[in-house]
Design a protein around this ligand. Structure first.
Ligand SMILES: [Zn+2]
Length: 157
């Protein structure tokens, strides 16, 4: 027996399973709309899920748990091994922010799609907004009011 309750185990499994599927959904959608991209390009900070060179736009599809979506109910800290998880998740946030800063300095528009934004209820709006943000992107100004996709992760104090 391990420390995980049944519900925590299911939660962890869902975190692992869903992220690559979410990436595929977004890529497939963009391709169907005529956008051409590179995926997981190691040349850029954070090895972005999607790079759209023509639009100078980079897209990360982030799991709400692993990347601690600010204010999202999917971003709860597990109840066991609390300090381990806090440390790990805090480091993920710090690394994400550092990568976005680097990309902004290189004049990339960075869009973060959080996994909860791809739920059945929200996916249509999310993908429509995504296209608007790609087309209307202003390189290097991520996270200002023009961008509908917040790149912020939760604050650890
Ligand atoms: Zn979320």
């Amino acid at each position: 027996m391990d420390n995980h309750t049944e519900s925590q185990r299911k939660l962890n499994m869902s975190h692992i399973r869903s992220s690559s599927k979410s990436e595929e959904i977004v890529r497939h959608f963009l391709f169907s709309k005529g956008f051409r991209y590179r995926k997981n390009d190691k040349r850029y900070a954070g090895k972005p899920d999607i790079v759209l060179p023509k639009y100078k736009t980079i897209i990360f599809i982030n799991g709400c748990f692993w990347h601690q979506h600010n204010g999202c109910k999917g971003a709860t800290i597990p109840k066991t091994n609390v300090s381990y998880w806090e440390n790990k998740l805090r480091n993920n946030c710090i690394r994400d922010k550092a990568n976005i800063d680097i990309l902004n300095k290189q004049k990339w528009n960075v869009i973060v799609i959080w996994e909860c934004m791809l739920s059945h209820k929200k996916i249509e709006e999310t993908l429509n907004n995504l296209i608007l943000d790609i087309i209307n992107s202003f390189p290097g100004v991520t996270n200002n009011e023009n961008n509908r996709f917040t790149t912020e992760c939760a604050n650890f104090n």
